[in-house]
Write a protein that binds this ligand. Structure first.
Ligand SMILES: Cc1cc2nc3c(=O)[nH]c(=O)nc-3n(C[C@H](O)[C@H](O)[C@H](O)COP(=O)(O)OP(=O)(O)OC[C@H]3O[C@@H](n4cnc5c(N)ncnc54)[C@H](O)[C@@H]3O)c2cc1C
Length: 126
């Protein structure tokens, strides 16, 4: 496979950010586009249920990188616009706003969402 010139990363959290940073560290000089469902720059989730919930940290402190460090990744960030379709044949991602981004490689770093057990929604403390 030839070296990609445009990599599209779907998911702008720890996994997506680490992928982008690793590509740059390893000398990738092509275009990088990072598509994220949430409007926020990447943030660390564990403190949310600990320091932030306890009121010890301001939410801003949970950011994974400072603005200059994020800029150094030299990526185009498309935040607040979730991918709604992926065509593996053309390596194209369509977002909710109707934008289509095509790359030579697409990385899916969309994490996981918890499943709710049927009948658990009304249980206290769940
Ligand atoms: C409250 C909380 C506390 C935690 N505490 C701990 C802990 O103490 N220790 C520990 O080891 N782990 C903890 N974790 C788990 C840890 O945060 C995850 O393992 C880690 O965030 C996984 O990173 P990820 O990038 O793979 O996925 P995620 O962080 O889930 O990121 C996936 C990203 O993809 C985005 N996305 C999803 N679908 C789309 C789409 N269609 N288009 C575009 N973007 C999309 C999401 O919005 C999200 O930003 C905790 C998680 C939470 C939520």
């Amino acid at each position: 496979m030839s070296t990609p010139s445009h990599v599209v990363v779907v998911g702008a959290s720890a996994g997506g950010l680490s992928t982008a940073e690793a590509l740059r560290r390893q000398g990738f000089t092509g275009r990088l586009t990072i598509v994220g469902a949430e409007p926020h720059p990447p943030y660390d989730r564990p403190p949310l249920s600990k320091q932030v919930l306890a009121g010890v940290w301001e939410p801003e402190r949970a950011r994974l990188r400072t603005e200059p460090t994020l800029s150094a990744v030299d990526a185009q960030w498309c935040l607040g616009d979730p991918a709604v379709a992926f065509d593996a044949a053309t390596r194209s991602v369509r977002t909710r706003s109707g934008t289509t981004v095509s790359g030579d490689a697409v990385v899916l770093a969309t994490g996981a969402a918890p499943l709710r057990l049927p009948g658990s929604t009304d249980l206290a403390g769940v």
